[in-house]
Write a protein that binds this ligand. Sequence first.
Ligand code: FAD
Length: 449
Amino acid sequence: MSRPSIVWFRDDLRLADNPALRAALDRGEPVIGLYVLDEDGPGIRPLGGAARWWLHHSLASLGERLRERGGTLVLRRGPADRIVSETVTDAAAGAVFWNRRYGGPEREVDAGLKAALRAGGIEVSSFAASLLFEPWTVRTGAGTPFSVFTPFWRACLALPGPRAPLAEPREVGGPHRAPASDSLDDWELLPTRPDWAKGLRETWEPGEPAARRRLREFLQEDLANYDRARDEPAAGATSLLSPRLRWGELSPHTVWHETVEAGAGGRFLSELGWREFAWHVLFHHPDLASRNLRPEFDAFPWPHLKPTHLAAWQRGRTGLALVDAGMKELWHTGYMHNRVRMVAASFLVKNLLIDWRRGEEWFWDTLVDADGANNPFNWQWVAGSGADAAPYFRIFNPQLQAKKFDPDGHYVREWAPEHLGEHPPDPLVDLGETRKAALAAYERVKSAS
Ligand code: FAD
């Protein structure tokens, strides 16, 4: 009797270069794709609103692509360990395959499930697919994890290079009768009351085919300008691949190899390196989103939170053109250019003196690329409390940053044109005074270290 194989899709919503899917196909039995919406498993961070929107569309695309190839995608909701086991029973499956996750609670779920399924006689295999270098394989000479990017990346580049991507399967034969599936619409991942996703729909087309198109277009049209223009938010010079990598519609291996074949891209590849580094740090510090990596920052005397200041920042009403433009771009599209993310985050932490965790939470809810490692890692980097972080005393001046990186005001004109009118809004706070206050607060950190 045939005992189907289950491929448990997670942050790898693709058919190409998917080692778990490849292993299931090689096993030669019918294949069942499974996605579990686990919103309240122990320690699992619930997805933000923009991420839920992306997930809906990416799952719709994946399901369609599996069906076109004779396969199926079963959708189920609940704590992953219970739901995967139940699906194995319902499908009378003989094997389960998945690509690894690297967050602490996720690893615990996966390890527990692997042991339980194996104890029940089910074959289980997991694969490296979402990172170029497994976090535990990159070590300093002393055998410890890295806390500084440059030597980390050098050590990565000294390892055997990322494997070549696996081809996309033409056929994915499913079982005669698939186990019951939820309907995607019933998960209500899309906003309805109100429907705030218009800007997301106008900006993005989630799913693997669009991801591959964007990679090709970037390599052909934009990569040559990347090093020169990547810091200019109006230049459109970056890849916009972050949500694709977040959801695994493209593997980093595919991006890596196609970039190398395109014949350039050292700087661009090192940005992929920052993604690797963020996950390396998260792997070794699973509570990166809640705890200062540098404990002396626990002594930082955050003043009492002013909710009006936080709300002004969230809505792009700080009176600082580049910050407001960025926050509006984020609200409208679920994305913000990296340079502007740094400036907006610095303004929140070092001019409004609001705890970086409040900013991280807002980004988590509003970014389509909200990423369990990249988001807290970069927030801590800006705040000064993180790995290889910007020194706290280096405080961006949002007005100078606008002059330098958006000198003709193209970006501000697009997202916050009110700043270019006759009566631009006043800054919410005085940059000089708040800078001084931030530096004074930082003295407490210094004396705690
Ligand atoms: P490109 O410049 O084309 O870079 C290519 C890829 O490299 C990106 O898609 C991304 O996967 C990776 N990358 C680039 N810069 C970084 C970086 N600084 N750290 C880690 N990976 C990087 N990125 C996310 O993917 N998810 C997040 O939740 C996220 N939150 C951030 C929060 C703050 C406060 C800051 C300052 C940055 C954050 N970033 C995050 C990093 C960066 O801003 C985005 O990855 C980048 O803007 C995405 O645009 P792109 O794909 O065009 O980048």
